[in-house]
Ligand binder design. Structure first.
Ligand code: HEC
Length: 84
C-alpha cells in the first residue's frame, strides 16, 4: 500500500529530526498525532492543505526523501514553512 510506505517515510524523516531519546520513545501512533497536530495547523488537520499545500503521503510520493527531509528540517525560507 503506497500510502503507508509514504507515511512511514515521512515518519522516518521526522524521527531522524527528533533527538535520539525522543525517537526511541516515539511510536508510530504518537508520530502520526504529532504530524497531524503540528503540521496540520498549517497544512490542514487532514493534511489536505490549508495555509501550506497538501502534504498527504500520496501527494508527496514523487518527492525525493532527502528533499522532503531538507524541507522539514530547514523550512522554506521566505515562506511560512518553519524549520523543525
Ligand atoms: C506555520 C505553518 C506551517 C507549519 C506548522 C508546517 N508547514 Fe509545511 N509548509 C507551510 C507553507 C506555507 C508551505 C508552502 C511554502 C511555499 O511553497 O510557498 C509549506 C510547505 C511544505 C512542504 C512542501 C510541499 C510542496 O509540495 O512543495 C512540505 C513537504 C511540508 N511543508 C511539510 C511539513 C511538515 C511535515 C510539517 C510538520 C512537521 C509542516 N510542514 C509544518 C507552512 C507550514
Amino acid at each position: 500500500m503506497p500510502e503507508l510506505v509514504a507515511l512511514s517515510l515521512l515518519a522516518t524523516t521526522l524521527a531522524m529530526a527528533a533527538p535520539p531519546a525522543m525517537a526511541d520513545s516515539l511510536d508510530p501512533d504518537a508520530l502520526k498525532r504529532l504530524v497531524h497536530q503540528d503540521c496540520g495547523s498549517c497544512h490542514g488537520l487532514t493534511l489536505k492543505g490549508g495555509l501550506g499545500p497538501d502534504i498527504r503521503p500520496q501527494t508527496l510520493e514523487g518527492y525525493d526523501p532527502e528533499i522532503l527531509q531538507f524541507i522539514i528540517l530547514e523550512g522554506m525560507p521566505g515562506t511560512a514553512m518553519p524549520p523543525w
